[in-house]
Ligand binder design. Structure first.
Ligand code: GLA
Length: 390
């Protein structure tokens, strides 16, 4: 993603020689199951991956924050108590979001000079934007000698993202912070807890890009946010206090019946159906993972894709064709991963079949589309450690 691979080198190049910089590395994540439910405080099951954003930084003795990227350009701003967002889509908004998030809780003294290098494709549903926010948050805190706990970080990070305009949940931040090597992470919200679940060695995941971009800070933002509000409106109409209460109190069939009989608005009904069925799928998938039941796990993944395609409607033809191509190539399961509206699919297969599935994807999907770069668009996703465990 960047010609310079060492963020320390970029830092020196831009801001001059000086004390050896510190480096923070934050991985991306791929969500295995539990899509568009974290913001309703329902559990999700992602894993951190081996690709990451790395930020080299040096503390300054004033309140300037300067950030260099060979890909996105260099930025600088004064770290005031109330920061104004820059133009929509500008990457500096994630740096400002980090500064704003930590300011409210820790009142830090000093800004930083920083340089960013990444091998995590942006706008792909792999959480590059949250990784950037988390990386700058950790850099600012560490530069000011603050060791924040996971729980403290989770108090400020999801809200921090609102600065950029996306009303997402806490899945991405939790996964990229607290992921464990070799494991998926079962995340519960309110209060936040994480439980690493080992992934059997015989299982493999590929992340395949649809070549259709999911630009979350762009036009798709409103679509993303609208799924959240539709689900919440459905809850209110059903006089349910929360989705958590709903799934704890009623079975899936009861909830489906409730939706069919009491929700007139089609969008609200479909969003509600997705959320309550997805909650059941996360529980089933976590059980299947613990037992090493690949067939059951795959069934759940495939049902998850059908739900985001038909009920939540966040898929797109490219992602539907891609998941079909994966299954036709010998994958056990495939579903879109992340916010949707483009981006990546997660493809699940036996480790022994990985090469065959990847080759099949090239033949059945990528050979028919232009712009395919195997180094960027098709990768093996290795369950990796989050930023707090590296
Ligand atoms: C984005 C958000 C997450 C989550 C996913 C969808 O990645 O940042 O909080 O809502 O979309 O599951």
């Amino acid at each position: 993603m960047s010609e310079i691979e060492d963020p320390g080198q970029l830092l020196e190049q831009r801001y001059g020689a000086g004390a050896a910089p510190a480096v923070v590395a934050v991985p991306g994540r791929v969500n295995l199951i539990g899509e568009h439910v974290d913001y309703h405080n329902l559990p999700v099951l992602p894993m951190a991956i081996q690709r990451s954003i790395r930020v080299a930084y040096r503390v300054r003795n004033d309140r300037q924050i300067r950030a260099a990227s060979t890909v996105f350009g260099d930025r600088a701003f004064e770290w005031t108590a109330q920061l104004e967002p820059s133009a929509a889509g500008d990457w500096v908004n994630y740096v400002k979001a980090a500064a704003q998030a930590v300011e409210g809780k820790w009142h830090l003294a000093y800004g930083i000079d920083a340089a960013v290098v990444s091998d995590l494709p942006p706008a792909a549903g792999l959480s590059s934007s949250s990784a950037l926010l988390v990386a700058f948050t950790l850099a600012l805190l560490r530069a000011n000698d603050v060791q924040a706990t996971f729980e403290e970080l989770m108090e400020v990070l999801p809200e921090g993202e609102y600065f950029v305009g996306t009303r997402g949940g806490g899945m991405d931040h939790a996964a990229v912070l607290a992921g464990r090597q070799g494991c998926a992470l079962l995340i519960n919200f309110a209060p936040i807890t994480v439980a690493p679940v080992p992934i059997p060695k015989e299982w493999a995941f590929l992340v395949a890009h649809s070549l259709s971009n999911a630009e979350k800070s762009g036009a798709v933002k409103a679509e993303y946010n609208s799924r959240r509000t539709a689900g919440t409106r459905a809850l209110v109409k059903l006089r349910l206090a929360s989705f958590r209460e709903a799934v704890e109190q009623y079975g899936v069939e009861e909830l489906k019946h409730l939706a069919a009989s009491r929700l007139d608005d089609e969008v609200e009904r479909r969003c509600f159906l997705h959320v309550v069925t997805e909650a059941a799928r996360v529980a089933r998938a976590a059980g299947a993972l613990e037992r090493g039941d690949a067939d059951e796990f795959a069934l759940v993944l495939n049902a998850g894709h059908a739900s985001v395609r038909d009920d939540l409607r966040i898929s797109c033809p490219a992602l539907d064709r891609l998941t079909e191509a994966a299954l036709a190539s010998g994958a056990l399961g495939a579903r879109l991963t992340g916010a949707g509206f483009g981006g990546c699919a997660v493809v699940f297969c036996h480790a022994a079949d990985r090469e065959r599935v990847a080759a099949g994807l090239v033949e059945r999907y990528y050979s028919k589309h232009s712009g395919f770069d195997p180094a960027v668009h098709l990768m093996v996703a290795t369950p990796s450690a989050g930023a707090l465990f590296t």
